[in-house]
Ligand binder design. Structure first.
Ligand SMILES: Nc1ncnc2c1ncn2[C@@H]1O[C@H](COP(=O)(O)OP(=O)(O)OP(=O)(O)O)[C@@H](O)[C@H]1O
Length: 261
């Protein structure tokens, strides 16, 4: 593992206990994955394939049954809660539902102020107006509350909040799937631009291969908690080796792929 390794996951297993039956259910079954600085990696798979569980465990935000995780050069097993908290600003997560991620009682300005109070030095690189300009929003947005923002605007605010922390790793969990199709492309462009200017790495979770093609250099295909195919995006999408990948591709509008089953 080189110094530039941002995330190294080895043999990750995550089991959830079903509440009613008390049975354990293996959501992630032995996944390994490595990301270097500047990498953009897409995790794709149908609903329930374990993508979110993988991402949450990888960032120390979710449970892990076994396996090793090295995040930004730190073995998660050796980090105290306090050390993990200190690492937190460097890993930012953007969720699917932007309105659910923002505090409804806080204006955009007071949300930024709170983050600045928590991390004064880290956040001093940019003022609020310039930060909003980076996500293509005007200064009038500062006084607005989440319910006064469209889905696309709210997601831009969430991305701005993540960028404010100058993260080394951004985890985006279906960041555009709750948005109108017309604004999805804009938000993805913005994410691409932000990565180019900040140099952050991206772990991008999506069921949409077309979106992954636009954003990610590498892709990992998950089925029932396991990786069935991984590689450079163009390779996996243009020459899929696994029938499940072909099935996902066949579901894309205008696809030339047909699943064999
Ligand atoms: N806290 C939990 N307790 C019990 N089961 C869970 C829990 N979280 C997830 N699961 C189960 O683990 C499996 C994987 O879920 P996960 O959310 O990781 O999949 P996903 O690929 O991200 O799906 P989606 O695209 O729908 O979010 C699913 O069957 C889900 O029902």
């Amino acid at each position: 593992m080189s110094e530039a390794t941002v995330l190294a996951i080895r043999d990750l297993v995550v089991e959830h206990r079903r509440e009613k039956s008390r049975e354990t259910f293996r959501a992630v079954g032995g996944v390994s994955l490595e990301m270097a600085a500047g990498d953009t990696v897409g995790v794709v798979g149908e609903s329930g394939s374990g993508k979110t569980t993988l991402a949450m465990a990888a960032t120390g935000l979710g449970p892990r049954t076994s396996g090793k995780i090295d995040l930004l050069g730190h073995d998660l097993d050796r980090l105290s809660r306090r050390e993990l908290r200190r690492l937190r600003p460097e890993v930012q997560v953007v969720f699917q539902d932007p309105h659910g991620s923002l505090d409804p009682r806080q204006s955009v300005r007071s949300g930024f102020s709170e983050l600045r109070r928590l991390q004064p030095e880290r956040t001093a690189w940019v003022d609020d107006t310039e930060l909003l300009a980076q996500v293509r929003l005007g200064p009038e947005v500062l006084s607005r509350y989440p319910h006064q923002l469209s889905g696309g605007q709210a997601q831009r605010v969430c991305i701005a909040r993540a960028l404010l922390m100058r993260p080394r790793l951004i985890v985006a969990d279906e960041p555009t799937s709750g948005l109108d199709v017309s604004v999805q492309a804009d938000v993805l462009d913005l994410l691409n631009e932000s990565l180019a200017s900040s140099g952050a790495s991206l772990l991008f979770i999506s069921h949409d291969l077309a979106v992954v093609r636009n954003v990610c250099d590498r892709v990992v295909v998950m089925l029932h908690g396991e990786v069935v195919e991984a590689g450079p995006t163009y390779q996996v999408l243009d020459d899929p080796q696994h029938d499940y990948t072909r099935k996902l591709l066949a579901a894309m509008p205008g696809s030339r792929w047909r699943a064999s089953r």
